[in-house]
Design a protein around this ligand. Sequence first.
Ligand SMILES: NC(=O)c1ccc[n+]([C@@H]2O[C@H](COP(=O)([O-])OP(=O)(O)OC[C@H]3O[C@@H](n4cnc5c(N)ncnc54)[C@H](OP(=O)(O)O)[C@@H]3O)[C@@H](O)[C@H]2O)c1
Length: 302
Amino acid sequence: MKRKWASTKRPDHSRKPHVVIIGGGRVGQTLGRLLSDQGYVIDSVVCRTSPAARAAQRFTRARRASSLISADLFPSAQIVFITTPDARIARTSLLLSRLAVDWNGKIIFHTSGALSSRELAALSAKGARVASLHPLQTFPSPIEGVKRVRGIFYTFEGDPGTEAMARKLVRELDGRLVKIRARDKPLYHCAGTFACGGLLAPLSVAYELYGKIGIREKTARAMLKPLVNATVELAQNSDLRKTITGPISRGDAVSIAGHIRALAEVAPQFETLYKFLSLRMLELVGASIPREMSRMIKRLLA
Ligand SMILES: NC(=O)c1ccc[n+]([C@@H]2O[C@H](COP(=O)([O-])OP(=O)(O)OC[C@H]3O[C@@H](n4cnc5c(N)ncnc54)[C@H](OP(=O)(O)O)[C@@H]3O)[C@@H](O)[C@H]2O)c1
């Protein structure tokens, strides 16, 4: 059976740069597979264990799998992706910089959203050109990743000498490149966290509250799916302030008081979260509800 992520493209390995991937996890495998589809040669993929490296090799069609970082991985590599967890990037950069490798002219990217290219200072000191190139997408697995990267944004910052290559890679991955300042990365990443896992936290509360009235999570997911999908879709295509519905947007203090009473009785641990989120919604609806209603709701949420 043909797998969903199987590419129909025939890679042209004749002219494209050679790539090494250090950290063949969710992002490393996704990028490796897509670059391989585009004709890039994935020279090696490195993981901590041999089984993981071999699995990553199969997925990315790398020539070699390794559980060790050694100089012989790099002779023909022009691009190195460090796709280890954030906490390992600087250490990996240091390890690489100590190898007997001529780093001059090689381009090193890491893919962290929160960290800047400064994590790669050790390699930069050895002549490599370094940058961060963050794919703004969620990668729960390489298979899901491959399905969801078309059209995404990649944020770039680092050595200007890497920009042309970053643009070329992003173009070939069907993405769009946006430049960012190193100092803005933590806030940029924080925003992404609100837009990704941050959306799921209140949703998990909704499932749990349904559980309190005897609705199982599977049913809760099905029941809430049309509501969640419509909300996200509308929010993406129009002004958030005009998208909000529900008691806050109607100035319905009676319903809000009822919610707070119900939470206090059955799930008091969510009362603070409810109040925080409601205050934010109140800010968003702003002057569209009468000032007196707004004041009354604020008192309830205080
Ligand atoms: N996942 C996302 O949604 C996402 C989205 C955008 C950007 N990012 C960024 O992309 C990077 C990778 O994230 P990820 O989610 O792909 O991580 P991941 O799935 O946990 O994969 C990390 C990979 O690094 C390997 N590794 C760990 N320590 C290593 C070391 N010291 N030397 C060599 N390899 C090492 C692991 O090896 P084993 O397989 O043997 O454990 C694994 O293959 C991070 O900077 C992250 O912030 C992630």
